[in-house]
Design a protein. Sequence first.
Length: 376
Amino acid sequence: MMKNVVIIKKCDEYSSEKIQSVIENGLSLSGGIEKFIKKNEKVLIKVNSLSSSAPETGINTHPEFLRAIIKLIKKVTDKIYIGDSPAPGNSFKSAAFKNGMLSVINEEKVNLVEFKEEIEIESKTKFILRKIKVDSIIKQVDKIINLPKLKTHTLMYLTLCVKNMFGILPGMRKPEFHLKAGRDKELFAKMLVDVYSAREPDLNIVDGILGVEGNGPGTGGIPVKLGVILIGINGFEVDDIAAKITGLNQDLLYTNNVYKKFILKNKNIKYEVKGENIENVYIKIKEPATDLKSNIPAFLYKLAKNIGVNKPVFNKKKCIGCLKCIKACPAKTLKYEKNKGVKCNYDNCIRCFVCHEICPEKAIDIKKSILSFIFE
């Protein structure tokens, strides 16, 4: 596949045989899988394993989607590694056991990798982060295949190819970056681009058969059938297509805004589309709750503060007291009280919505502020 090409393919079911056939057909438009992976090369498949949620939620890379990619790569090499760093409080193995990926990994006899902080790699963009600590597997493999889900995101609007590579950061490192960015979406987007540029994947294949709309990417989102697979080398180009086919506002895709503004020097993202036409796969989905900061000047935002910004709210009746949100909160603003549930210090809450992403019981909602409704 040449650069500046994005392939769109229809696929409406999680049959590994059909998915493999569809992806092979798509890759044949640009030379096949052999163009990307050579015989006996080591390949890391970076999945999206945000949580232990079941496949029907649309939150994680579907197990059969993963199986299809493994079988496809096995035609060239059997040196295959599967890795991710889920939300804090979960190991990849424990999350994969519940979300179905572990059984596929075991059945296909490939290697599971728990990312650890072992080496430093350097960011190419260096907007915020010059070096990041990652697992040594990132340097050891010859190729990385990125398997994001097509999901909305309450902080970054959409989470796709660029955002999925944030998962190469081990464990508690991700909340640290959330805390560093606070409520500044462009700052966090710059961090994401820095991480992505430190080790760009060699190929992105988006699982958009079942996605998430509304207040994604976690349990607060709504599963939505999209019936599409996206393939491309450049993650920003693939992400751009994803916004188009879901009818979402491309100006709110913050990582692509950073790419256009600082890398393309205010030029538009240009690429060739192969496979299906955008019109043939277009499905308008519900966008996440819009944050006030995206819509008003900074000085007004400072005045409005907590009364004008969306915030997480906690449902005591649904809460099971697992404390996952408290352990994951980068700003340490949450506490649990018996018979009262989770309480939040909203003055210190940075609105990263990590708690909302990882709650296994959908006990955390996003409450839109009155001023947000006015500005929308």
